[in-house]
Design a protein around this ligand. Sequence first.
Ligand code: C2E
Ligand code: CA
Ligand code: CA
Ligand code: CA
Length: 275
Amino acid sequence: AKSSGRGRVEAFTSELGEIQRRRATLERELRQALARDELEVYYQPQVDLKTWTICGAEALVRWHHPDLGSISPAEFVPVAEATGLIHNIGAWVLAKASSDAKQLLPGLRIAVNASAAQVQRASFVNEVRQLLQRQELAVGQLEIEITESLLMEDVQTALENLHAIKQLGVRIALDDFGTGYSSLAYLRRFPFDKLKIDRAFIRELTSTSDARAIVRTILQLARVLGMDTVAEGVEEPAQLEVLQHVGCGSIQGFLVARPMPVQSLIQLRESWAKL
Ligand code: C2E
Ligand code: CA
Ligand code: CA
Ligand code: CA
């Protein structure tokens, strides 16, 4: 029993070492990724359920490393956040998405994810202001997605920065809503234009009555507070049916389309416009 216990400890220790090595590799390679032009921005369309038109798209960063292959943002964004690289990467994504929006996706609203650390910095507000001043971004085309983790940090600075970018004509969406710890009071204090209902609720929408009740309640709350709604991770027609029935504003998910390169989104918009 003793030796098997030690075996388990050794296996655990080596696995931990494996994780640490991978992390160190990612950190080292991520420092070069921007300069080597390995990052890309993909877009996933959002569809308005009333008009059944593409009303926006979420920008999602992609990293393709020549040796390591494609690395998920779920894996490398946390590394970027821990090392401060998120400020460079975030600024690059913001600039790229802005230029794609203005030049290639006119009239389409583009939602860009911002990490809590980014929103805490005044430089973030300046980046947005400069893009607008240099006319590299059209007023009203940008939406920033933040998560509830922001609310755990320096709330005052975040609040000021969000108000500042909102005054520049940028919309603000609260991502992954329902999974965090934000109190209802925050919903009123923060200038959110949109609630994104987390995929966890959508996944259970057709199997549990709880999820359905929660989604219904979130939609009511959004209506009362004058916020738009989008359901994330819609994969099945049955989920869409429930969402239409309970009056959700828009949807995003594999049912409509996976995240795609900007050229594919341009084509998708053209084919939808002909419908
Ligand atoms: P998120 O912001 O919640 O983005 C939604 C994620 O769900 C995306 O994963 C998207 O590809 C995936 N998704 C969309 N529809 C479906 C569906 O129907 N089913 C399933 N199973 N998944 C779906 P992705 O692109 O791998 O991004 C993962 C996370 O990485 C994002 O979660 C976000 O937190 C972060 N991220 C991505 N791009 C950026 C960025 O530019 N900046 C920052 N700060 N974070 C980013
Ligand atoms: Ca998001
Ligand atoms: Ca989300
Ligand atoms: Ca998420």
